[in-house]
Design a protein around this ligand. Structure first.
Ligand SMILES: Cc1cc2nc3c(=O)[nH]c(=O)nc-3n(C[C@H](O)[C@H](O)[C@H](O)COP(=O)(O)O)c2cc1C
Length: 217
């Protein structure tokens, strides 16, 4: 079968976006709670999101420039002001409420109220946890990396996880139980997936010792 090869400099950023979100799948969703300098809670999902390292324990996500007005998203504005955020993991049970929070609400609207999700006091950061989320990570900003400042561009937010919360039923012996967490992933367009068709591939053994932290068990 032939391949279609595209010079990415010759297509508009909207088409590049479609190639990214259709190919990098499924994407985990970081459901990010922040607080504005005026004390208004904000909650929004981001699927350009992942874990980075464990020493320090770090996550990253990327709010892009808003297409409608070329402005920064409220999440980024709040993180620039407060330097803290919470990553909440989205479970199937409240997927629709998460989606509700992706609407373009003005900065003075609290998405907790709009979606019916419940804010819960964090241990050490100002933004609240989402009570309904079975896993929450309290984060302090480490670094912002601006990739572009016009539509199509965005800013990568890197934060250190300073407190990790897991509901008792999803946590056992230091591990998170997938079947109880019931996370959802983002696909292209408005599609999502469950993580229920998994399979196992034991890591091949080679003579060299496996680096510390790389053992999948
Ligand atoms: C599942 C999902 C994933 C999303 N991922 C991103 C993302 O990675 N980056 C981004 O800028 N917007 C993303 N969005 C859109 C934002 O959630 C949306 O623009 C939201 O209004 C931003 O809110 P804020 O202005 O309060 O920060 C996503 C939306 C959904 C539903």
């Amino acid at each position: 079968m032939n391949k279609i090869s595209i010079n990415t400099k010759e297509i508009p950023f909207q088409d590049r976006y479609k190639l990214l979100i259709g190919s990098i799948v499924p994407r985990p969703i970081g459901f990010i709670s922040t607080i504005s300098k005026d004390g208004i809670y904000n909650l929004a999902p981001f699927s350009f999101f992942n874990g980075v390292c464990s020493e320090p324990m770090t996550v990253l996500f990327c709010p892009v420039i808003r297409g409608s007005d070329g402005q920064e998203k409220d999440t980024l504005k709040n993180i620039k002001a407060i330097k803290e955020f919470v990553v909440n993991i989205v479970s199937e049970e409240f997927a629709e409420k998460m989606n509700q929070c992706s609407a373009e609400y003005p900065p003075d609207v609290d998405e907790f109220k709009e979606s019916g999700l419940t804010p819960e006091k964090s241990k050490v950061v100002k933004p609240p946890l989402v009570k309904e989320a079975k896993v929450n990570m309290e984060c302090k900003l480490i670094q912002l990396v601006e990739i572009g400042n016009k539509p199509g561009g965005g800013t990568v937010v890197i934060g250190e996880v300073v407190y990790f919360h897991a509901r008792e039923d999803v946590y056992q012996d230091g591990k998170i139980i997938l079947s109880k967490l019931k996370p959802i992933g983002r696909l292209g367009g408005t599609e999502y997936c469950r993580v229920t068709d998994n399979f196992s591939l034991p890591r091949p053994q080679i003579k060299a010792q496996m680096p510390v932290g790389e053992n999948p068990k």
